[in-house]
Design a protein around this ligand. Sequence first.
Ligand SMILES: Cc1cc2nc3c(=O)[nH]c(=O)nc-3n(C[C@H](O)[C@H](O)[C@H](O)COP(=O)(O)OP(=O)(O)OC[C@H]3O[C@@H](n4cnc5c(N)ncnc54)[C@H](O)[C@@H]3O)c2cc1C
Length: 410
Amino acid sequence: MTETVERVDVLIAGGGYVGLSAALAIAASVPGARVALVDPRPWREASGDGRAFAVAAAGRRMLGALGVWDGLSGEAEPVREMIITDSRLDDLIRPVFLTFERQEGNDGPLAHMLPTGPLVAALGAAAEKSGVRFLSPDSVAATEPLPGGRRVTLASGRTMLASLVVAADGARSRLRAEAGIGVNSWSYGQSGIVATIEHERPHDGRAEEHFLPAGPFAVLPLKGGRRSSLVWSERSDIAGRLVGGEPFLFDTELARRLGHRLGKLSVVGKRQAFPLGLALARRFTAERLALVGDAAHAIHPIAGQGLNLGFKDAAALAEVVAGALRAGRDPGAADVLGDYQRWRGFDTIRMAAMTDGLNRLFSNDLLPLRLVRDLGLGLIDRLPPVKRALIAAAAGAPGPTPRLVDGEPI
Ligand SMILES: Cc1cc2nc3c(=O)[nH]c(=O)nc-3n(C[C@H](O)[C@H](O)[C@H](O)COP(=O)(O)OP(=O)(O)OC[C@H]3O[C@@H](n4cnc5c(N)ncnc54)[C@H](O)[C@@H]3O)c2cc1C
């Protein structure tokens, strides 16, 4: 008896921020495309992970082109100004070395801070409406390339045949490992402590990043004016003690780093620590397989760019896949995947190198290095063209951009 296997055009393993975006982008661009998404947790049950992401202008334009930004904009806080300081922990005064301001009307703010809960809900609802088939709760147990498709075996025992499998299963991607794709990776020995704080005085849309010897400490404005999100890098053992220890210890260390500008502080919700490292896949594709998001590249959050890179992966992949499907071609063909790999490779390496270099340059307390970097920051602050180039890079502008990232439908 022959086994009947269900066939789809694209199967996406992983319903995180990037997997959902890729599923939505493909399904919304090619009505009738058979797109399935597998994740152990149904999107309706995912209420976010307590973080808020800095979504750059490129990501915002993409969410707009996918029809989800209007529903999200009420949850998003524009970042109108960012200051950067380079100081020791107990310095009473932290001189500001670099300030970025973006005027409304000049392509909007530097970024928007968006809580993860509403982001997942908006992407999930839009993907469902566009016809994405959700296979949740379930997970991809194994995949195997066959002539004409990749066979996917789910943990439930169900098997499917997909012309293209998309690995959106995060930094520890099982699908990447199974396909034999190596990674260049190292740990920073740091963890990113994440928490939401309430404060007495308004943030006025200002983000701060203090380069402290243990790593960057960022305070990012949230909706409502008196709430901010912390991304605080510390040595992993210390981060573990701060997150798992007495709230009093956490609050004391927080106040040492934050100073008095925002007045009285209190932590709302949970304190979490995420181990930080760099993991860059050596290839973004294998036979009938494409990696997107953290499965392809996990980078340091120093510049808040990981998800923004993932959005660009989703947009680029959707564009090449939509081109193939509309032409009646195989979306998993080697030349289609080659286009994707070429499109995303350079941009990703550039951003990984930038975040890695910044973290190494600033996460230390060597005096000669401090002097050189402070001189560098001071110089940048006085050179408007260099500042503009940095703002453009943070906004996701350089390189040929996928249409969705330009805010246009595919
Ligand atoms: C502290 C911190 C702060 C950050 N701040 C920012 C920021 O401000 N801006 C920014 O752009 N980026 C930021 N990032 C980066 C951002 O978090 C990641 O780039 C983003 O979460 C990657 O999303 P993803 O969908 O690729 O992976 P994930 O969010 O890890 O999702 C992976 C999904 O795959 C599913 N899965 C796993 N295995 C399987 C399987 N076998 N089968 C099916 N499904 C599976 C999981 O359940 C999960 O839903 C930050 C990161 C950290 C650590």
